[in-house]
Design a protein around this ligand. Structure first.
Ligand SMILES: [Zn+2]
Length: 344
């Protein structure tokens, strides 16, 4: 494919504003880079957070989109020509490869990371130029929409449970929030051998949690005592996926003796706790930020082996021009995910 001069892209112009659609010049790949034709990009809760100014007002204007898959159509002078035509998942973080954090396998954190779709223009666009080291080749024939959601929607919960909480077989895992992240954390938790307690507000999401393998399903409205009782009295790991200070507090309230509480949902409000909440039950509160390139490799493998399904995330697909509608659906909670298809 010839390198095109420009492609369509969706731009968030400012805090709270609706997306605009523009022609963006295509950047031919420099050494170490590849040009990708974006085939699919999921619309995530953090796109909503970005639109609300959660990442900082200075991040806008920007082209969002950080959960993407596409095809390599050009590579820079020194890059491997075998990449041409390859289906790839896009890892949204560009970290200094020689830096301390990337070298220790933690390229998702550090002072110098660049987030696609936040710090630099993202993949709600027909074309994007990315460093080759951020690309994860996928088995040919993988559905691009599935591949896109495997990165963030699945990878975030995987990272939280495998790398941060280090869930062990036989532990009791409570997942608060059964949306785009939490629904997949249920699948990952079952794969790790945990007993999974799904905590959700809406009946439809609790039904989904059951289909994805949750052992115990409760309503957040049952409150801490009801949830702990339903879980059998002891919760070992709590994964908090909702952008809500009330749910942050619920996560702490249901944490059992010696447990780990992992925060994943982004919320602008604070919550309070006493030191004795932590001390008496000797639990730890941990943050989990996104995922790593290696997490993507591993979740692609789980998907290939049929351990993880993405069907509940890829049913709603729209053309790029309907980003505004997709964000509105997310606000209303009427969909878990919409996948935009920039070539539709
Ligand atoms: Zn996201």
């Amino acid at each position: 494919m010839e390198i095109p001069r420009s492609g369509r892209a969706a731009l968030l112009p400012g805090v709270g504003a609706a997306p605009e659609f523009i022609d963006l010049p295509v950047q031919p790949p420099l050494p170490g880079q590849a040009l990708i034709r974006v085939l699919a990009c999921g619309v995530c809760g953090s796109d909503k957070f970005l639109q609300d100014g959660g990442f900082g007002h200075d991040k806008l204007p920007v082209v969002p989109g950080h959960e993407a898959a596409g095809e390599v159509i050009a590579v820079g002078a020194d890059a491997d020509a075998h990449l041409l035509g390859t289906l790839v998942a896009l890892y949204y973080i560009n970290a200094p490869q020689e830096g301390r954090w990337a070298r220790s396998g933690r390229e998702n954190i550090g002072p110098s990371i660049e987030r696609m779709g936040v710090d630099t223009d993202g993949a709600f666009a027909q074309f994007i130029t990315r460093p080759v080291h951020t690309l994860v080749p996928a088995p040919p024939g993988t559905d691009p929409a599935a591949l896109a959601v495997l990165t963030d929607a699945v990878g975030t919960g995987y990272h939280a449970l495998v790398r941060i909480a280090r869930v062990q077989p036989g532990e009791v895992l409570a997942v608060i929030g059964l949306g785009g992240i939490g629904s997949n954390a249920i699948q990952v938790g079952k794969h790790l051998g945990a007993t999974v307690v799904a905590v959700g507000r809406s009946q439809s999401k609790r039904d989904l949690a059951g289909r994805l393998g949750a052992d115990i399903i409760v309503s957040a409205a049952d409150g801490p005592d009801g949830i702990i009782a339903a879980a059998g009295g002891q919760i070992d790991v709590v994964l908090q996926c909702v952008g809500s200070a009330e749910m942050d507090r619920l996560a702490v309230d249901i944490a059992g003796y010696g447990s780990r509480v992992v925060m994943v949902g982004s919320c602008q409000e604070s919550f309070s706790l006493r030191a004795t909440d932590l001390i008496w039950r000797e639990f730890a509160i941990l943050g989990s930020r996104g995922f790593t390139r290696q997490d993507i490799v591993e979740v692609i493998d789980l998907h290939q082996r049929g351990v993880i399904t993405t069907d509940h995330l890829t049913g709603q697909q729209r053309p790029l021009a309907e980003l505004g509608e997709a964000l509105a659906d997310l606000r209303q909670g009427s969909v878990l995910r919409t996948v935009l298809l920039p070539w539709a």
